[in-house]
Design a binder for this molecule. Structure first.
Ligand code: SAM
Length: 256
């Protein structure tokens, strides 16, 4: 990986680690501590990417955490960031858990912004493996922007048009061509590859995947900007057209 990209990746991941207002993880960082206490827990951060969130979990709680990702460039950045900040209670590993299953049991497994990047048929294999790695009371916490979300295209940092994914394909293609650039990743290494890798995830699709495993939904929160208004703090706006305002879904899964 080029040094410029390594530094760029470290800057991005460091912001996700240290900045509690980092845009795509802001609600995750507010919600997770209200739902669980990770002290003394063994944790997997599945699809940890460049490790920003993994280091955040490791620093916030006295836990033992493993960041696992299939992309060697992402793991390289994560290892550099761990070294730079001297965080001890975290290990990063490049691993394909379908070919090489996890060993041991874990109290919590996190997938922050991962499920929308993996083909649905392959996601079934992944959740089957993850469910086997849970302790009896363990939980899998999933967060992702559903496809109708204003930011689901993952293009908004360069193409500042909410819901851009619903413009005609030729328009989206042209906008991507104009803004395409290399990104950190040995599997998806351009903006276009990252956009084309999205599976257009919805709650219905995700539950279709989960039904094929031993897992079941224990908790769901659909976050919209309207939740910032005090009387609506806990309301889930899931009815059309308000469902287009959902920026993130948060799901806790447990074994049946
Ligand atoms: C958008 S990134 C999210 C990274 C991180 N969780 C975060 O919130 O910043 C999605 C990650 O999922 C990883 N991923 C995709 N397929 C995977 C697989 N089969 N096994 C492990 N990781 C995978 C990608 O390599 C990428 O790092």
């Amino acid at each position: 990986m080029e040094n410029t990209l390594l530094l760029q990746g470290m800057g991005y991941a460091e912001d996700n680690y240290l900045n509690d207002d980092a845009s795509h993880l802001i609600v995750d960082k507010q919600l997770i501590p209200t739902l669980m206490d990770l002290n003394g827990k063994r944790i997997i951060d599945f699809g940890c990417g460049m490790g920003g969130m993994t280091l955040w979990y490791a620093s916030k709680w006295d836990c033992e955490i493993y960041g696992v990702d299939i992309d060697s460039h992402h793991i390289n950045v994560a290892k550099e960031l761990k070294r730079k900040h001297g965080v001890q209670n975290v290990q990063f590993e490049k691993r394909n858990i379908v070919d090489d299953p996890l060993e041991g049991k874990f109290d919590y497994i996190f997938l922050n912004d991962v499920v929308e990047h993996i083909r649905e048929d392959y996601l079934v294999n992944i959740f089957q493996q993850l469910s086997k790695a849970l302790t009896p009371d363990g939980g899998i916490f999933v967060s992702y922007p559903p496809w109708k979300s204003p930011y689901a295209s993952h293009l908004n940092h360069v193409i500042k048009i909410p819901w851009v994914q619903f413009l005609p394909t030729s328009t989206v293609d042209g906008l991507i061509d104009k803004n395409d650039h290399p990104i950190v990743g040995d599997l998806e290494s351009t903006l276009r590859e990252s956009y084309e890798g999205l599976n257009h995830m919805t709650h219905k699709k995700l539950m279709g995947v989960i039904e094929q495993t031993t897992l079941t939904e224990d908790y769901r929160k659909s976050h919209t900007i309207l939740n910032r208004v005090t009387p609506f703090k806990k309301t889930n706006f899931r009815v059309f057209p308000l469902n287009y305002l959902i920026t993130k879904e948060f799901i806790l899964l447990k074994n049946k």
